[in-house]
Each structure stands twice: as structure tokens, then as C-alpha cells.
Design a binder for this molecule. Sequence first.
Ligand code: UDX
Length: 442
Amino acid sequence: MRIAMIGTGYVGLVSGACFSEFGTDVVCVDKDSSKIDRLLAGEIPIFEPGLDKLVANNVAAGRLSFTTDLATAVKGADAVFIAVGTPSRAGDGQADLTFVRQAAKEVAEVMEGYTVVVTKSTVPVGTGREVAEIIRATRPDADFDVASNPEFLREGAAINDFMRPDRVVIGTLEPRAQEVLRELYRPLYLIETPIIFTQLETSELIKYSANAFLAVKITFINEIADLCEKVGADVHDVAKGIGLDGRIGRKFLHPGPGYGGSCFPKDTTALAHTAREKGSPVRIVETVVDINDKRKKGMADKVIAHCGGSLEGKKVAVLGLTFKPNTDDMRDAPSIDIVPALRAAGAAVSVYDPEGIEEAKKVISDVTWCENAYDTMPDADVLVIITEWNEFRGLDLGRVKSLMKAPSMVDLRNIYNPAEMANAGFDYESVGRPSGLAEAGE
Ligand code: UDX
């Protein structure tokens, strides 16, 4: 088997490397020659744990290669995966399909023999059919099928998510196409991964529904966390108490500053848009989009309230900027809303992130960039944790205290224990949990 992967962004690169690890010959294509040059030099353009090794091993084994030449990659391939970007279109928030359409046309021009063209990018329902029409219009004689095969990769855990997924969804009912995809995913049959074959449109909608549902879950627990703060309840126990009901499930019930990243914000907006366009609005998702946007902005108010209602002339130390740990991705990160709001409230802000500083500098300005966590803290009035990187979980609290003006922390990811923080002398606030009381004698 040989496949071409069009697009060496996050999804294309991870999927290409993982398919090659499964034993398939994979040629990854990208128009961006500087990206291909870097990959050919063994450099990985994104931060994803384990990806560098996986790529290096499979390149060395001769199963994985990179090129800017789409024609050579596509000619004779059993399957061509389209994994190009689908950014949110300015104005209406709908997914911009320019790159997908362009890729479909270019693939059609050069494909040879029976080829399965698979959309891996997250695309609005109906895009698969459109891809098929583009190919047919470009090459009326082409022998092909179009399938949808959405990815469910979490950044930071993408390789594991690809190799040991909860399920694989394949949108095509054509036997020949199913056969090719079944062969590509053969190693997953050995570990009994459920593989769902369904129609093209259903597969496209599964992807949006999965991400929207998870966004609903997060937003639900975020709102319950706010209520917990008002009534003195602990959101973690609420999450456990409801999550142990198998119908609800425990995952994605961790409260925080609102979801971000490359998928949830984009996909919820796109789903809401498609649904409205089709005259069947998904109002719960529209509401979730609205609540989450407001939440991210509102987190700065939480810090202001914690500091007695004003940040004028105060210094805020911020730890974590990326939308989640183990990535350098800043797309729709809550910090993009929170940090400028802290500045606007009159605070001087020092920031540190283990991997995200370079990306953060493109979207955040007017702050002091620090080399490590402790460098943010001298004379700070409050320490704010926005992203739960592991290295922030074990801060030397004595050192933190000695550096700060006063020991005060707003932990937007609940990585510390309220009682322990109270015992350590911190004015500590988290999300949806009562503040701890210091034990007697401490
Ligand atoms: C997500 C989906 O999980 C993945 O299946 C999909 O294909 C791509 O989008 P990703 O964006 O990498 O993956 O990150 P994920 O771990 O799902 O987190 C998304 C956002 O939700 C982050 O901002 C995270 O902080 C937030 N989140 C997640 C919470 O606030 N609480 C939770 O309980 C879980």
C-alpha cells in the first residue's frame, strides 16, 4: 500500500507518520517548501511529544518521505488523504474550504488508477460530495471514490490517540474504498478498535458532533463551577458524583478558564453556522460558543476581584499561555483574552510558558517575557495559573512566597489543593472550589 498525505500541518504530519509506523508507504506533500526542507533535514515544525522519533524511525526505514511535488506523491497511490487547513473564514466563522477544493483539483489532475480520496481535514457536511464533484469535473474518466475519515487527535497525546483510538470513523459505503481503508487500519483490528463504516455525510457530522458535545460538557461543568462558588460546593466532587454515572462519564468535566485550541472553538462555530443555514439550529451549541467566549474574557475579572477590585499599579505573574499543556499552540488560548484584560485593568504583567513563548509573542504584547516560572514572580501581587503545565504543579511554595510581594494565587486550572495552599499561607482562589481553611496551629 502507498498513500499520499496532502498537507503537513498538525493532522497531516501526525497521521502520515502513524500510517507509516503501521507499515504503509507514506509520501507527505506540502506546498510550503521551507516546511518540507525542515522536515527533510529531520526537523519537526510543531511540538508534539514523540513525533520527532516516530518521523526519524520511519524515514530511516524508507516508509516515510516528504516532497513539494504533489504529482509524484499522488500518481499510483492507493489512497490520497487531504489534510490541509480549514481556517475559520473571517466574518461568518464558517470553515474556509479554499485549500480543500484546490487540493481536490490538483489531485484529480494527476491521479492514476483506482484511488480513494479521503478527507481528513474537518470539513462541513457536504464537502466530501463537493470534492467528488470537483474530481469528476476535472477528470471525467477518473476511477475513484471519496471517503471521510475524521481525526480525533488531541494535541500532546496525538500519537497515542492515533495508535490506540476509541474508534475509527470511515465515511464511505463503497466496497472498494472500504477495502483500502480497512487495509490501512489493519493494525487496529488486531487491538479490536471499533471501526465504524457509514455514509459520507454521517461521518462528517460525527466529527462536528463529537467536538461540540465535548465543548458542551466542558461548558456545563464551567457553569456548575461558578454556581459551586456561590453556594460553597466543590465542583470536583460534583464532577465525580455525576461522572461515575456511566451515562455521563468522568472525562471532560474539568473546570477551567474556557476551552481553546484549534478544534473546539472553530468546530462549534462552524457547526452552529451550518445548522442555522440548514434551518435546523443547534441552539445548545450556539449558547456554548457564547458562554465560552464570555468566560475567557471574564477570567480577568476573577483576578481583579481577587485583588480587591483593582489591578491599578499592581503586578501580575502569569504562568502558562498555550491553550493546554504539552503544545506550543496558542490558537484561541484563553490567555489571549485574559492577559490584555489584565493590562487594561492597569497591571504590569510578567509571563512564562515552557513551549509557547514564540507563538505567544505573535498574539500577546506589552508584557514582560520570562525565562522560567520564578522570574515572573519578584514583587508580584498575584500569581495566575492559566495553563496546567506539569512543571507548575510542583512549585517551591517557600520560594514563591519569598519572591512575591504577598502570597496570593488565582489557579484557573485547580492544580493546587485549597487546604494546603491555605496552610502554606497563600490567599488562594481556584475555580468552583471553596477556599481552604488553614489548619489550627499553622
Ligand atoms: C480536541 C479533541 O479532544 C480531539 O478529539 C479533536 O479531534 C481535536 O480537538 P485538542 O484541541 O487537542 O483536542 O485538546 P483537548 O484536550 O480536547 O482540549 C481542548 C480544550 O478544552 C482545551 O482548552 C482544554 O483546556 C479544555 N478542556 C478539556 C477543559 O477545559 N476541561 C476538560 O475537562 C477538558
